[in-house]
Design a binder for this molecule. Structure first.
Ligand SMILES: [Fe+2]
Ligand SMILES: [Fe+2]
Length: 406
């Protein structure tokens, strides 16, 4: 077992033991000391260890800890608002004990009424141990918490993707502030979205609705990813390809982190100059992705090509006409659908039937006909399922033993 796994196991053991004994009992101090010793051992090889907890997954040093797959404590910690845990080099026993006490309080509170997790403080020098919700480098604003994001009201409990939205928002901030794309976290989000898609017996597509318009980039990334995975699965692609398309959907607009906020969130139609700036998100996105990981070439291609129509129109302008990658054409239709269904400062949201009619009208010029036909069918089926689900929810329960009226 590696040192990171040994440390997290000791952390869970310490928390479990401490919750059994009252304040001042020597067993509490012993448990805390044992865990502190494990932390110091880990810091011999990694002076500033950082962990992310998402669902039942633990991410450490850019990868999922396999030894702790399906680890119950990952869920407990993230459920208590501890999605991210960062240690500086200078951790002393007293601050470590205090940290464990705070964790215990958080975990105890989490079993009571729900409150929003506190974000990690943006001040890195503040403490040797930092923990909280992922995200909020610099606090608040467009890259901030996922407050305001809400899942579809018709299926609220089933699709609570606020944790994933937090991670995507934090990911965008990391790219800007640390020039680093946290790939393991992105992959964990994809795994979590795949679970949300398959977790419902009604097989609905878990899309988020936008409440605050400056959170569009985060909401949109998640929705395009979900749609791309649903559509590629429907088209019979392998599970590996489905995840690859999901990552590409998640990262397709990553280049927007380079666009000034006043252009990105402008409450009106862009000028020609501003539109030129906005267009650069395709090239910037491809660059950022390739710089982060050369193996993400599919995502880079999609980031570059996702605004190109099948007749070669839109941008970036191609010097020589060539067919775009299948994934780019697929993400294009998902992208247009999610953009049109969302209310923007310069136009109202379109109704779903109007968007589907638009897509059908533009097959052969904008959208690949096979991909667009499958997409329209997927959304229509999902809409029918949703309507049925709403009818079932509204039906009064029939007492057992009584015949159902015909
Ligand atoms: Fe885009
Ligand atoms: Fe987009």
């Amino acid at each position: 077992m590696n040192e990171a796994t040994l440390y997290l196991t000791s952390l869970a053991q310490a928390l479990a033991k401490m919750s059994l004994y009252s304040d001042g009992h020597p067993a509490r101090a012993r448990a805390a000391n044992a865990s502190f010793a494990r932390l110091r051992a880990l810091q011999q090889e990694d002076p500033r260890p950082t962990f992310s907890f998402l669902g039942r997954e633990v991410i450490y040093a850019q990868r999922t800890l396999r030894d702790l797959a399906d680890w119950d404590w990952a869920q407990r910690l993230s459920g208590a608002g501890v999605q991210r845990l960062e240690f500086q080099e200078a951790v002393d026993p007293d601050s470590y004990h205090a940290f464990l006490e705070q964790l215990l309080t958080r975990i105890a509170l989490a079993s009571g009424p729900k409150e929003r997790p506190h974000p990690i403080s943006p001040d890195r020098s503040e403490s040797a141990i930092r923990f909280g919700a992922v995200g909020v480098r610099g606090g608040g604003g467009a890259g901030g918490e996922a407050e305001g994001l809400e899942d579809e009201p018709e299926d609220r409990e089933r699709f609570d993707l606020s944790e994933e939205a937090d991670v995507v928002s934090w990911m965008h901030d990391e790219v800007v502030a640390a020039h680093h794309l946290p790939l393991a976290e992105a992959e964990a989000v994809i795994g979590s979205l795949a679970q949300a898609m398959h977790g419902s017996s009604r097989a609905l597509i878990p899309l988020l609705s936008l409440k605050e318009f400056d959170q569009y980039t985060t909401t949109h990334a998640l929705n395009v990813s979900v749609l791309a995975m649903g559509l590629s699965e429907r088209l019979g692609l392998s599970s590996r390809e489905v995840r690859g398309y999901g990552i590409a959907g998640l990262l397709h607009d990553l280049g927007k982190v380079k666009i000034p906020k006043e252009v990105l969130n402008k409450p009106g139609v862009l000028t020609d100059e501003e539109f030129q700036v906005m267009r650069s998100h395709t090239v910037e996105g491809a660059r950022l992705i390739l710089r982060a990981d050369k193996h993400l070439d599919l995502s880079a291609v999609v980031a570059f090509e996702h605004h190109i129509m099948i007749d070669g129109g839109r941008y970036p302008v191609q010097c020589t006409r060539r067919d775009c990658h299948h994934a780019s054409k697929l993400v294009h239709v998902c992208d247009v659908f999610d953009a049109l269904r969302t209310h923007r400062p310069y136009r109202v949201a379109w109704e779903i039937p109007a968007i589907l009619a638009y897509i059908e009208r533009r097959m052969d010029t904008e959208f690949d006909p096979d991909i667009a036909t499958a997409f329209v069918a997927m959304i229509r089926e999902s809409e029918v399922r949703l309507a049925r689900a709403q009818c079932i929810d509204e039906e009064p329960l029939v007492p057992t033993g009584e015949p159902v009226a015909q």
